[in-house]
Design a protein around this ligand. Sequence first.
Ligand code: HEC
Length: 140
Amino acid sequence: MKTITTEALVLALAAMAGLAGCVDETARRDDSKSGSMLFAENCAACHGANARGHGDAESGLEQAPADLTLISERNGGTFPADDVLAKVHGYGGPGHFGDMPDFEDIGAGKKVMWETQNGQKIATPRALVEIVGYLEGLQR
Ligand code: HEC
């Protein structure tokens, strides 16, 4: 799994925080949605309703969407939260992770504080934090 440095993640999130002020936030903002709701709406089509891959949209993709319940296992038993956050956000731009779309626009809603593995605190879209927390809870 490609590792993204914390510095790069912080820069990407900081850039997004700056941009968020310029877009029409009302259309996309719904701060009541839980991680599982956000997952069902945005991710299940490819990663499957249970996050184990093989969603309905899989057949049209060049690359099989990952089993998201085995992220920790693939990472030696630790859940790489910063890395997952960066991947979902789409740091690196479209196409950087194959067929996985970026979800930068999910960042239009409310911000919460995210503490990186090395203790940096950074304002991060609540929806991204919810999704990453949901995925962490699914690890087996
Ligand atoms: C259009 C289909 C599609 C959608 C929608 C999608 N993904 Fe993915 N995702 C992929 C594919 C394909 C990969 C594998 C790409 C790779 O490994 O480079 C992937 C990889 C990932 C990874 C990396 C897994 C790993 O172990 O490295 C994460 C995390 C992830 N997706 C989370 C999500 C989340 C969360 C959502 C919803 C917000 C989502 N994906 C929506 C197709 C999709």
